[in-house]
Design a protein around this ligand. Structure first.
Ligand code: GLC
Length: 800
């Protein structure tokens, strides 16, 4: 933009002095002499919404991002004034609004410290070409301030010094710093003086963020149309900022089925049926766990969505059933482009019902994608979404497909400038008719939402599973996602790590990358290292374009196959741990991966770290990101950590060398943690779980761990049929006490725990369960530090 040349300043318009103020419950309106209005809504003590109009009239208040389930309510709201300001006070914040020009500054209500203040504040430029305004906001960066978040940007964690654009874009073979790419999540968190806040700029037009790039001490954001409409979210813990943003834009509507957290295998394309079967059989033969197999566009007849190629897949229902019998869930791709073909029922129906997008003057929006010339459903129309949802009946209910993969939904259009629809395309936008300028960033989200509705309806009583490439804030309510068409390079392994952390920080935890890289081919070492990272991503799938060779776990020789198997097995063992982390995400909005700054913002060492991250609550992982490495230096956060492989205890707070030859990766477990594990299975449900392994990492002190379980699929958990175990560990020099609290009505199949004690500093001589002494010899298994005991205990007391 637009911020600092003299010429550009000339276009800027500013609010003038406040002439009236009105309070309507929690909505405060300030009107200026030149007709601008600032509306401040106090949503919660720590969340203020700022909305501006320059015409005296606000648009219809409609957002695809904000969920109707968002929490509301506050403890305190007072408005006072002095000569210079209106002062809004809640129990967490004090917000001053300047009577002179609407500029705001926000303070922590407790210690009165400054958190965030406007520089120029709200200003705008009239848009001659489109009408309305370019809406702008600038804020003064505080000393030492850092910035994080913003969705899928392929850059280092800390965004300071950079500028970004938000415009959902098909970005084949993007690279480090490519901007924009597939997703628009206009939410960032900021951190200074150990306090964190966030800003969510809920505007779907092409938008921009500048973090001290153009001017050293200024952070600004602006959009090419719509309203200046943003939410200010105070922490002071960054994790609370992210939790509150996720509360506002929505948590996943249901838990994912446990199998969706297994390993997935994909390629463009596995066909015909015999090829699919060859791949799935090989997994079972080599005993590499796998839960899902994908069919890319070649399963269709001429790339027509909702059809099957008779030549390659003569009997999909039989095939899907046979795969299911072998533990494989079939997932198929569905793109938005509908082939123009009068003999194709989906096209004919869409046309008859007038469901396709049109240009400003009436003609259909015609564009080329895989099937050739296509029309595109307007997913921002609720009737279209319902129609689309119903199109899944045959695939899901009859054929038995278990998940749908939405691709090209930016929407991508081939061979045109901008690779998408032109700006003049018209959209329903749920009754708020508009052009593509406003609807572009939500098009893919609304497609994924419609797909989700279909899957939810026809998978019932099982849970739906959807994957999307394009997304806007809030898309996490409906679907999982992947980071798009990456490349098989070492740098892309690092980028995948950054993107997964950043997406989690942006409220969207169900994320993974194309393991091994989509374009080009990895060598075995790169593939193995990428699998090591991938097993720690909530969505874990190998995918490749296929034109550069094979990318299955066995494609690189037995040494690599063994490494890959070893790590996928760890993923399957950790499933109850990951499922618990997912439950905390779905229930409370707590991200599944935590960048170190999110984990410990008080430690300034974390502010610029990129590679290390926390998986769930208690596991620290760090990928090896280059060839021929036998280890790496990494930062270990404060506290004591157990090396996952050797049980060696390290003290955090410094950067340290960690050994990790090709079949290892740096993994640490926080002391005091209790990590639940299942036995290795080839797919979820292969075995009845008859024992829950609890890896207990001794700590002198206290630590709490949780294990969430339910039927692994279905909706009974919503009716209370889940099992939540809370373990309180208390370690002393010569004893270890573990208290268990259980809630929920679900009865797990296993009756015992296999407790494996790590780092116990004493030899056990006595064990009590619920105050009854149990002969130690009756509990032990293979040595002194593994005990088998009933899952029903309330207190386990281990003594020297
Ligand atoms: C796009 C997708 C990729 C898919 C391909 C063919 O490039 O990002 O994952 O395999 O289209 O459908």
């Amino acid at each position: 933009m637009i911020l600092n040349t003299e010429l550009e300043y000339k276009g800027n318009l500013f609010p003038s002095k406040i002439v009236s103020y009105e309070k309507n419950l929690n909505v405060l309106s300030f009107t200026t002499a030149n007709g601008a209005i600032l509306q401040v809504t106090v949503r919660r003590d720590s969340i203020l919404r700022f909305r501006f109009t320059t015409t005296g009239i606000f648009e219809n208040d409609f957002s695809y991002a904000i969920t109707k389930y968002a929490s509301r309510g506050y403890n305190l709201l007072e408005v006072s004034e002095n000569e210079d300001y209106y002062i809004i006070t809640t129990s967490k914040l004090i917000c001053n609004i300047s009577k002179l020009d609407l500029r705001t500054s926000i303070y922590d209500a407790k210690d009165k410290s400054l958190i965030c203040e406007d520089e120029l504040g709200f200003h705008w430029e009239e848009s001659y070409e489109h009408g309305g305004n370019v809406v702008k906001m600038s804020k003064t960066a505080q000393p030492g301030e850092s910035y994080y978040g913003l969705g899928d940007k392929p850059v280092d964690n800390n965004l300071k010094g950079k500028r970004f654009e938000n415009w959902v874009t098909d970005s084949y073979a993007y690279g480090r710093d490519t901007d924009p790419i597939y997703k628009t999540i206009p939410f960032y968190t900021a951190l200074h003086n150990k306090k964190s806040y966030g800003i969510f700029f809920d505007n779907t037009f092409r938008s921009f963020f500048d973090f001290c790039h153009e001017r050293r001490n200024i952070t600004s954001f602006w959009a090419q149309g719509g309203e200046m409409n943003y939410y200010f979210i105070y922490g002071p813990e960054m994790s609370d900022v992210v939790v509150n943003y996720t509360d506002l834009t929505g948590k996943p509507h249901e838990m994912p089925a446990l199998w969706t957290l297994g390993y997935h295998q994909c390629k463009w394309s596995y066909y015909p049926e015999s090829n699919v079967k060859e791949i799935t059989s090989k997994f079972r033969e080599l005993q590499i766990p796998c839960d899902a197999i994908y069919l890319d566009i070649d399963y269709m007849e001429g790339f027509r969505c909702f059809t099957w190629s008779e030549e390659y897949f003569p009997n999909p229902k039989r095939m899907v059933k046979e795969l299911a019998d072998d533990g494989f869930k079939t997932i198929v791709i569905i793109d938005p482009g509908i082939k123009i073909d009068m003999d194709y029922s989906v096209f004919k129906e869409g046309l008859d019902k007038d469901y396709f997008c049109k240009r400003a003057d009436g003609p259909y929006m015609k564009g080329k994608v895989w099937p050739g010339e296509c029309y595109f459903p307007d997913f921002t129309n609720p009737d279209v979404r319902e129609w689309w949802a119903n199109l899944f009946q045959e695939l899901v209910e009859d054929i038995g497909v278990k998940g749908v993969w939405n691709d090209m939904n930016e929407p991508a259009v081939m061979d045109v400038p901008g690779k998408t629809f032109p700006n003049d395309v018209r959209h329903d936008y749920d009754g708020n008719h508009c052009s593509h300028r406003k609807a572009h960033n939500v098009y893919g989200m609304q497609m994924a939402r419609a797909t989700y509705q279909g899957l939810k309806k026809f998978s019932y009583p099982k849970r739906p599973f959807v994957i999307t490439r394009a997304a806007y804030s809030g898309t996490q309510r409906y679907t999982s996602s992947w980071t798009g068409d990456n490349i098989a390079t070492w740098d892309h392994l690092t980028i995948a790590n950054l993107q997964a952390q950043r997406m989690c920080m942006s409220g969207f935890s169900f994320i993974g990358s194309d393991i091994g890289g989509f374009a080009e081919q990895p060598n075995g070492e790169l593939y193995a290292r990428w699998i090591q990272l991938g097993i720690f991503h909530p969505f874990c799938r190998t995918h490749s374009s296929g034109d550069h060779g094979d990318q299955e776990p066995w494609a690189f020789g037995t040494t690599i196959t063994d490494v890959v198997r070893k790590f996928i097995e760890i993923r399957y063992q950790l499933l109850p741990y990951l499922y618990t982390a997912f439950w905390r995400y779905a229930e409370e909005g707590i991200p599944i991966l935590k960048s170190l700054v999110l984990y410990d913002q008080a430690d300034p060492q974390t502010h610029y770290r990129n590679d290390e991250f926390i998986f769930g609550e208690k596991i620290l992982a760090c990928p090896i990101t280059g060839p021929n490495q036998k280890g790496r230096r990494m930062y270990i956060p404060l506290g004591k950590w157990y090396n996952f492989w050797s049980d060696e205890v390290v003290e955090g707070g410094t950067e340290q060398w960690v050994d990790a030859d090709l079949d290892f990766m740096p993994i640490f477990v926080k002391e005091g943690a209790i990590i639940p594990k299942y036995p290795i299975q080839q797919y979820v449900g292969e075995k009845t779980i008859d024992e829950l392994i609890l890896d207990v990492y001794y700590k002198e002190g206290k630590e709490t761990s949780e294990v969430y379980e339910d039927a692994t699929d279905g909706y009974d958990y919503i009716k209370g049929r889940y099992s939540l175990r809370t373990f309180k560990l208390n370690g002393k020099k010569k004893e270890l006490i573990i208290q268990q609290h259980k809630s929920g009505k679900f009865i797990t199949t296993y009756k015992t725990f296999k407790v494996s004690l790590h780092g116990l500093p004493f030899k056990i001589s006595k064990v009590e369960i619920d105050n009854v002494i149990i002969p130690f010899k009756d509990l032990k298994l293979n040595g002194d530090n593994t005990l088998v005991l009933t899952k029903e205990f309330t207190e386990l007391h281990i003594m020297a």
